[in-house]
Design a binder for this molecule. Structure first.
Ligand code: ZN
Ligand code: ZN
Length: 156
């Protein structure tokens, strides 16, 4: 049986992002979560992309649009430019380049993403959901802090 390479490029899929996608392991770092989310895009695992977005943002995600974006492109590689795992006690930052082919030409999506850790798990903070925040509301990450003292700065 041939070993399938992980879309993120680090190792074989079985040794890399697959255990995360199957839910038998969880990302130890924000960078690892980022890799697994890229691989999930490549493999059209939309449920995983939803489940690894901040808890209070999951219902606001446009799953059809995510699925269409995932399917429309051929994902050819991930490059982690740099990462800061301790932006704050529970926030991290990962700068990456996702390489893909849109059917016409090769393209690169360059992004600086933010992640939050809650109850031992890393979640992606999506800056594109069209939600309105009251600055005194409890944070979308589940921390129990007011959003303005927690994740607001990363999603605006
Ligand atoms: Zn991987
Ligand atoms: Zn938060």
């Amino acid at each position: 049986m041939s070993e399938q390479n992980c879309p993120c490029g680090l190792a074989s899929y079985a040794m890399c992002c697959q255990p995360l996608h199957l839910g038998v392991a969880q990302a130890q770092t924000a960078q690892q979560l980022m890799r697994s989310r890229y691989s999930a895009f490549a493999l059209e695992q939309i449920d995983y992309l939803v489940a690894t977005t901040a808890l209070g943002q999951q219902s606001a995600l446009d799953q059809a649009a995510i699925a269409a974006w995932s399917k429309a492109n051929q994902w050819s590689g991930l490059e982690i430019v740099r990462h800061n795992e301790q932006l704050s006690k529970q926030h991290a930052q990962v700068e990456f380049k996702a390489h893909y082919h849109d059917g016409t030409q090769a393209r690169t999506h360059h992004e600086l993403s933010h992640f939050v850790q809650h109850a031992g798990q890393w979640y992606f903070l999506d800056p594109t959901t069209e939600q309105q925040w009251a600055m005194k509301q409890p944070c979308i990450c589940g921390s129990g802090k007011k959003i303005k003292h927690c994740c607001a700065v990363y999603i605006n």
